[in-house]
Design a protein around this ligand. Structure first.
Ligand SMILES: [Fe+2]
Length: 137
């Protein structure tokens, strides 16, 4: 199980978005570190906590999009909903004992997080910067 390094590949250059992403990445890394160190953790509880924080983060990101009048807000919202449903389904089946492959689940979370940050979010922050540059010129 691999940690996610907080480096230039996941930092987008927007203070609020980065701070929230960092929080999620740290939660994820704590999970990995605890498991690697053999610390007894309630994985179900950690996953629920993570999923809840992700939902809060999505709401906050969408607040930024509304405030900025982001034209791709609708698409981003759909992507958020789909991703959240995906995560919630995985967490639910884990809790129900149907998905006991922890490594696979953690791997899914890892690629899910990285894709979220490097995909839609990177596009949104790039758009915001472009708007800022336009306003400044
Ligand atoms: Fe995000």
């Amino acid at each position: 199980m691999e940690r996610i390094e907080w480096d230039g590949s996941v930092q987008l250059g927007h203070p609020q978005v980065d701070a929230e992403h960092r929080q999620i990445v740290e939660m994820y890394n704590k999970l990995i570190d605890d498991r690697t160190a053999g610390v007894e953790v309630d994985l179900g509880e950690s996953l629920i906590f993570l999923a809840n924080y992700v939902k809060t983060h999505f709401d906050s990101e969408e607040g930024l999009m509304t405030a900025a009048g982001y034209p791709a807000h609708g698409n981003h919202h759909k992507a958020h909903e789909a991703l959240l449903k995906d995560v919630e389904n995985r967490v639910q089946s884990f809790l129900a004992g149907e998905d006991a492959d922890v490594d696979e689940l953690v791997g899914f979370l890892r690629s899910w997080l990285i894709n979220h940050i490097q995909g839609h979010d990177a596009q949104f922050v790039a758009w915001l910067k472009e708007q800022g540059a336009r306003a400044a010129s």
